[in-house]
Design a protein around this ligand. Structure first.
Ligand code: B3K
Ligand code: ZN
Length: 871
């Protein structure tokens, strides 16, 4: 096994040479693309310095310094790059190289797939295009010339503004793009292809007209308007809420089918996974519409948080990602339902981030040691990073937070900076001391906050003791106390807000290992804790049945109402898990009935309230887990709820299911409620006077047959997994007939089957790889089939025989050479095994040991596997 070395945050050194400008000339050709870079370097040291240029997977043709050809005696070259020493103050390097885009299946650097050339440079892909100091703290002005065959590639795009276009004699076109803003090379982009273009414009608050262009595959124009509306909404929102205006004259988005992640914020030229752009009611679900809105927003918001102010080094990734996720979250919350968005954000934290922090890849939001940077685009850096920004926002309040943002841009526009610089701006603008708070950046792990209460009726004093504890993590043994804001709500025994000193709702700042807060209260209050998930911690506090019965209807925060309902479910699920004879109490459906009848509640929230904690959330409640017991407890509680509420579910379904599609927040909420009800109904295992199983099956089939939109059609197909085999396979067949060849829609069809609970799923997975719409080189296909299996099919992935683990390991082996980034993403469910029973742990370790031995193991997999085996 090769042993790639780790890079450390503490070893950061400023660059020896800066770049004033770079001029790239790229002659596109499938197997032999010629790249010429002319770069002006400025010595950044006091004397002689070594210039190191990263360069990988390319053929060096020639190199000239100030016009003089250098020979191999003049520099050192190896598989990571090229270097030489010089004491020149400034000089020009001209380097010619050759690269092979068509055989680049890693989709990093420049690649040709689906008929278009496209680049992905973040984090370290630019070094596969030319020799260059590929680090974010080297900012340069870019000029890009692209030369390609005019017929095949009528659109030649790069960053900035197009300044020239020239038809060459040989059937090729040469275009020139100039980007006036200095940028690190990870923000460089090039796209060449033939597209349909949706054009629009946006007038900024200072009255500048910006051209907006969305490039999609031919024939897909009808699926682009939603992304365009989302882009305009993002531009407006960033002006209104953050006072930030767009800076170039043009903003382009290109949708491509082959892409490793969701999208990329290249300056002025975003490249998007087509799944995050294309939508119409026939082919995309409501969830996809909302996801597109949020990702379009996210990439747009990067223009200020990421591009205008960027990261000094990759350890600071959360500087741009945590902050930009916070911004896109607020965007979605301002446009849609605050509570439902918060529920989803918290779901990501509980289901993925907590698990990552408890596993072998645990790292603080600002990591200190990295082998493969691509492994650190994680839920920790992104989502926990956003939670850390959110805590600062709640400590400072919106006004001071915005003053902090303004100061941050005033100080750092055009610079590459650190997370400390960001916190310093917040601190200086607000005059609020954040010195202890900074620890969130350096400490990994999920704090557990334990609450205990005591009420003395005689004195009327209520004491709430909060203590914090963070367990050692794989990367860090010693943990220190953090500054944890805990939002608390006080309610009377009858469910009225209770105005104790400081208010019925207040934020308690927990900064010590343990603190007791005292309140005068004329009756024993019911407290609701960690409201709105005010900090990314696990709360250890058992609400009494009475407290839940009082608080759930009383809570004024919709999100917290959901939290308390989840606490109710968790409490009884735990009881069932420890005793399989446990009988669920009728108080559960009673509370739910009450909720279903509350017409003041948002229907989207109602839908969430009816959903049990996920399997992954349940794992977080145990030190060691019994997979089968969790799965069966969940199943039995779902059945119990469904059977107790058949009539209400049926009524709610028919009141909300509509045969006429509309796109509005209200209609989305109704569809989600109707589909949750239908799904629950399909879990009814006994005929009841209200509905027989056959009638319910009929309802599902009817919905599938008559659906005029993908949300209802896909929901019916997924629900049909629970119906008799024949019904399900019929639906699958019809769906295939209707949508075969439509890549994005077929992804949903793959995922639905990957989640089949029976063990025939393994044959299915084999068969589906032969389907004409499957392609190993396309990450969307791989994710939709194997990602859905490993993350969404707990029954079979965790099958006690180890068959699921084995299957995933064989997929990863295959992907190691095709696309290391995708392979390393898929391995996550295999490395987070610490909580499983010893037998499953051993089965997984066996697979990991085999994987560790595969030839040419990528650094991506190497890092994760070695850490997993060490743990
Ligand atoms: N910045 C990119 C992610 C790049 C991932 C590189 N492996 C997308 C985003 O966060 O907006
Ligand atoms: Zn981002």
């Amino acid at each position: 096994m090769n042993t790639p070395a780790a890079k450390l945050l503490k070893d950061y050194k400023k660059p020896n040479f800066l770049v004033d400008n770079i001029e790239l000339t790229i002659e596109l050709n499938a197997e032999q693309t010629k790249v010429c870079s002319k770069t002006r370097y400025i010595n950044n040291t006091t004397g002689k310095g070594e210039l190191f240029l990263n360069g990988e997977q390319q053929k060096l043709l020639s190199i000239k310094l100030d016009g003089q050809t250098l020979t191999s005696d003049d520099y050192h070259i190896d598989e990571s790059g090229l270097s030489f020493s010089t004491n020149l103050d400034a000089f020009e390097l001209v380097i010619e190289t050759e690269i092979d885009p068509v055989n680049n299946t890693s989709l990093e650097g420049l690649y040709l797939s689906g008929g278009a050339y496209c680049t992905q440079c973040e984090a370290e892909g630019f070094r596969r295009i030319t020799f260059y100091p590929d680090r974010p703290d080297v900012l340069a002005k870019f000029t890009t010339h692209i030369i390609a065959n005019t017929k095949e590639y009528p659109y030649l795009l790069s960053n900035g503004n197009k300044t020239a276009e020239e038809k060459l004699d040989d059937g090729r076109t040469k275009v020139t793009w100039v980007d006036p803003f200095r940028k690190p090379c990870y923000l460089f982009a090039l796209v060449a292809g033939d597209f349909d273009v949706l054009r629009d414009s946006f007038t900024t608050k200072s009255n500048r007209e910006i051209a907006l262009e969305i490039f999609v595959d031919k024939g897909n124009m009808g699926r682009a308007p939603h992304a365009m509306e989302s882009l305009k909404a993002s531009m407006r929102w960033d002006e209104e809420r953050f006072n930030l205006e767009y800076d170039l004259d043009i903003y382009m988005i290109v949708a491509v089918d082959f892409f490793n992640m969701g999208a990329m914020e290249n300056k002025g030229l975003n490249v998007f996974n087509s799944s995050c752009v294309l939508a119409d009611s026939q082919s995309a679900t409501d969830a996809e519409y909302l996801r597109i809105e949020s990702i379009v927003g996210h990439e747009y918001f990067h223009n200020w948080t990421g591009n205008r102010v960027t990261c000094r080094d990759w350890f600071q990734l959360s500087l741009k990602e945590g902050l930009t996720v916070f911004r896109d979250q607020e965007f979605s919350m301002d446009l849609g339902s605050r509570a439902v968005n918060r529920i989803q954000q918290v779901g990501v934290m509980r289901d993925h981030q907590f698990a990552e922090d408890a596993g072998p890849m645990s790292h603080p939001i600002r990591p200190e040691s990295v082998i493969e940077m691509n492994n650190f685009y994680t839920v920790t850096v992104y989502d926990k990073g956003a939670e850390v920004i959110r805590m600062m926002h709640s400590i400072l309040g919106e006004d001071k937070f915005q003053q902090g943002m303004a100061l941050y841009f005033e100080r750092h526009d055009g610079q590459a900076v650190t997370c400390d610089d960001f916190v310093a701006a917040m601190e200086d603008a607000s005059k609020i001391d954040l010195s202890l708070f900074r620890r969130w950046y350096s400490q990994s792990g999920t704090p557990i906050v334990t609450a205990t209460e005591d009420y003395d009726a005689d004195s009327g004093v209520y004491k709430l003791t909060l203590s914090q504890n963070t367990q050692p993590t794989a990367d860090q043994k010693n943990k220190l106390p953090l500054h944890i804001p805990i939002n608390v709500g006080f309610f009377s025994q009858t469910g009225q807000p209770l105005a104790v000193e400081g208010g019925a709702e207040q934020v308690l700042n927990l900064t010590q290992p343990s603190q007791t807060f005292e309140f005068n209260a004329f009756e024993k209050p019911y407290v609701s804790l960690l409201r709105d998930f005010s900090a990314p911690v696990k709360l250890n506090f058992e609400y009494s049945d009475d407290a839940l019965a009082c608080l759930i209807p009383a809570e004024t925060s919709d999100f917290t109402k959901w939290e308390l309902t989840q606490a109710l479910y968790v409490k009884h699920l735990k009881a069932k898990i420890s005793d399989s004879n446990y009988q669920y109490p009728s108080s559960i459906p009673q509370i739910l009935k009450q909720i279903l009848m509350d017409t003041s509640l948002d229907k989207a929230l109602l839908a969430e309230l009816l959903c049990l904690p996920t399997f992954a959330t349940m794992l977080e409640h145990f030190e060691t887990v019994d997979v089968d017991a969790i799965l069966s407890a969940r199943k039995s509680l779902i059945e119990f709820i469904a059977e107790s509420l058949v009539t209400e579910l049926q009524q709610t379904y028919s009141a909300n299911h509509s045969s006429q599609y509309q796109y509005s927040q209200k209609a989305i909420a109704q569809r989600s409620l109707a589909n949750v009800c239908l799904s629950l109904l399909a879990d009814v295992k006994q005929d009841s006077p209200a509905a027989t199983q056959a009638e319910i099956a009929q309802l599902v089939v009817e919905q599938f047959d008559s659906a005029d939109n993908m949300t209802d059609s896909l929901a019916a197909m997924n629900i049909a997994r629970k119906l008799p085999e024949q019904v399900f396979s019929n639906i699958l067949k019809q769906f295939d007939q209707k949508w075969r060849g439509d890549a994005l829609v077929m992804d949903k069809w793959f995922s639905t089957q990957a989640r089949m609970e029976s063990d025939t799923v393994f044959d299915k997975l084999d068969d589906l790889q032969q389907h004409p719409d499957f392609n190993w080189k396309n990450p969307n296909k791989v994710r939709s089939l194997f990602g859905a299996f490993a993350m969404g099919n707990h029954e079979q992935f965790h099958h006690s025989s180890g068959r699921g683990y084995q299957y995933l390991a064989s997929v990863i082996t295959k992907l190691n050479t095709i696309n290391p980034q995708i392979a390393a993403r898929l391995i996550n469910p295999l490395i987070q095994y610490r909580k499983l029973d010893p037998s499953r742990q051993n089965l997984i370790k066996l697979e990991l040991e085999k994987l560790a031995k595969i030839e040419n193991l990528s650094s991506d997999l190497y890092e994760k596997i070695t850490k997993a085996l060490k743990a």
